[in-house]
Write a protein that binds this ligand. Structure first.
Ligand code: ADP
Length: 603
């Protein structure tokens, strides 16, 4: 038997490993199985060498629990190790990398964050085990089996082992605090999480755990839609079918494979993030890809597999990493190319999907300058008649009629076609077109397109009278004289209240509504945005609503002539209620009174 001291200077290295890795204990299994996979892969390479003896045989990696002995065992049929190799790789190299880790990160605050990404390797076993044993036998001709054990101090024992077959068995004597790792369900979950797509077969309790040839590694040419959908279901069993996907495959200047899926949008306000899984050579690393892909891409689902993403460094470093930046812009380019392709090749399909992918595209345009540039060509707007247009198409369509005296084109929109029906109707009578912007993100999106498209104003259809929204300087005169106008204005001011509404006279067409309520585009946007950004309610701010009186409507003349008598008050009160009704501003006592008044009038 050989005994020895591990070449290490930090006497208390094990307590430190345990303490540091506390938050991410379970990665020990990933590390040990990765080693087993590596050893098996190497065997396949070496099997043609002279040293190799016998057959490859069944190469399945087996994981098992012995609840009587409190052990968890990982056994492989890989290359195994000779005594010299155990000495070199386990006693010296592996240990020194563990020590280096501890020294490097001992006083860093973000140690917890980097921990899962540092290949602590073999020694991570000591996070959960007091005693770790190795039974190993090298693939080389005439090798002797070796038994190694270490009880979590800096001394180890090495002697002749009992293993008959080539390969390695790592036996963890699970410690008191880590009993959870003796539970079948816990281990199965961990295996599913970290090992689902590892390249060598893994069995636990006789059950096969992994798919050794995941879809993303296959050639896209040979794959059908069903294959992609089936794989998506494998990843997210409860999700609806994805809308489409992008198969990533690069080998220069970095290595990257993967599949990104566009999910069916279910909830705009709480998009499901953290659904992309990051792999390194088929080993699950993390599902927090925030620093690796731009934020809007985290709305996508799927897999990114790259050995070129440095996983053993801190997150802040990752953001500045050259490779990561390249990978990130590559993915953005791929995603925008794919969207542009679908748009070009199958416009109809793209339009059908717009309601689901629109949020993603808008979010991307708002947060990523490069993406915004590309998406200007395929981003769509939808009008109240459910027709879709690109920005250019829409400009061309509406310019002849909807250009104002300052040569600005005016895009009109509604956010609720039912509620703003009256305004839409009036605009349509003038042959104006009305878009639908009804997503919470649209306030920001509207500002973005106003900044991207020259001489464009976007206004909600109820923000003012149509003559003002698209001011063409085609004023018609008022039929009322100034005395009548004052009388009309005063009557309405006394009814509506000057503090709440600023009453304005407009000489509109006699066919336009006699009274209407508008809310200035600017004020409404400001209020909506502050509400969205959680800056409190600004509804109490004055100046929001205008009460517009059409001096050319015949009822206006009637009210003006009555000079504030009972009849005039009754009539104007009723018109005011109707205007509020069509802006959804009539409620409570006022609504009840309106209903009884209307019934009375019928009698
Ligand atoms: P790393 O895997 O990053 O090299 P580890 O600490 O996990 O670091 O392992 C150190 C070395 O020990 C490995 O490089 C390998 O040579 C050897 N080793 C570990 N596990 C096995 C195994 N199951 N079979 C054969 N060799 C192994």
């Amino acid at each position: 038997m050989k005994q020895g001291n591990l070449t290490v200077h930090t006497e208390n290295i094990f307590p430190i490993i345990k303490k540091f890795l506390y938050s991410d204990h379970e990665i020990f299994l990933r590390e040990l199985i990765s080693n087993a996979v590596d050893a098996t892969q190497k065997l396949k390479t070496y099997s043609s060498s002279e040293d190799f003896e016998g057959d490859l045989g069944d190469l399945t990696i087996k994981v098992s629990i012995d609840s009587k002995k409190n052990t968890l065992t990982i056994s492989d049929r890989g290359i195994g190790m000779t005594e010299e190799e155990v000495d070199k790789y386990i006693n010296q190299i592996a240990f020194s990398s563990a020590e280096e880790f501890v020294q490097k990160y001992a006083d860093k605050k973000d140690a917890a964050a980097i921990i899962g990404h540092f290949g602590l390797g073999f020694y991570s076993a000591f996070m959960v085990a007091d005693n770790v044993e190795l039974q190993t036998k090298s693939y080389r001709k005439g090798s002797e089996a070796v038994h190694w054990s270490c009880v979590g101090t800096t001394t180890f024992e090495m002697e002749k082992g009992s293993r008959k077959k080539r390969g390695t068995e790592v036996i963890l004597h699970i410690n008191e605090d880590s009993k959870e790792f003796l539970e079948t369900a816990r281990i199965e979950n961990m295996l599913k999480k970290y090992c689902s797509f590892m390249p060598v077969e893994i069995e636990f309790d006789g059950k096969k755990i992994n798919n050794t040839e995941p879809l993303w590694l296959k050639k896209p040419a040979g794959l059908k839609d069903e294959d992609y959908i089936a794989f998506y279901k494998e990843l997210y069993p409860y999700a609806e079918d994805p809308l489409f996907w992008i198969h990533l495959n690069v080998d220069y200047p970095f290595n990257l494979t993967g599949i990104l899926y566009f999910p069916k949008a279910t909830n705009y306000m709480e998009p499901q993030k953290n659904k992309i899984q990051l792999y390194s050579n088929q080993v699950f690393v993390t599902d927090e890809v925030k620093e690796i892909v731009p934020e809007f891409l985290t709305l996508l689902h799927g897999i990114i597999d790259s050995p070129d993403i440095p996983l053993n460094v801190s997150r802040s470093y990752l953001q500045a990493d050259h490779n990561v930046k390249k990978i990130s812009s590559y993915i953005v380019k791929k995603v925008s190319d794919k969207l542009a392709d679908i748009f070009k090749e199958n416009r109809e399909d793209f339009e059908k999907k717009w309601d689901d992918i629109g949020f993603f595209i808008k979010y991307g345009m708002l947060t990523d300058e490069k993406f915004a540039e590309k998406a200007m060509d395929f981003s769509l707007v939808k009008n109240v008649d459910n027709k879709y247009f690109t920005f250019n198409e829409y400009s061309e369509k509406i310019k002849p009629l909807q250009t104002d005296k300052t040569d600005h084109q005016v895009w009109l929109y509604a956010n609720d076609a039912q509620q703003q029906h009256g305004f839409i109707d009036a605009a349509k009578k003038k042959s104006y077109d009305i878009l639908i912007f009804n997503n919470p993100i649209d306030n920001h999106f509207i500002q973005l397109i106003e900044s991207k498209i020259e001489k464009l104003s976007v206004k909600r259809v109820d923000a003012d009278t149509l003559d003002k929204l698209i001011d063409k300087d085609e004023k018609i005169g008022s039929v009322l004289n100034s005395e009548e106008e004052t009388s009309l204005k005063e009557t309405f001011e006394s009814i509506a209240g000057k503090e709440k509404y600023s009453v304005k006279l407009e000489s509109l067409s006699p066919e336009d509504a006699p009274v209407m309520i508008t809310q200035s585009e600017w004020m409404r946007r400001m209020k909506e945005m502050s509400r969205m950004n959680g800056m409190g309610n600004m509804d109490s701010l004055p100046g929001g609503y205008d009460l517009i009186l059409n001096t050319n409507h015949k009822l206006s003349k009637k009210i003006a002539d009555a000079k504030g008598d009972e009849e005039a008050k009754k009539l104007s009160g009723y018109l005011f209620d109707l205007a509020r009704l069509s802006q959804n501003l009539l409620s409570g006592q006022d609504l009840t009174d309106f209903v009884s008044k209307s019934i009375e009038n019928l009698g």
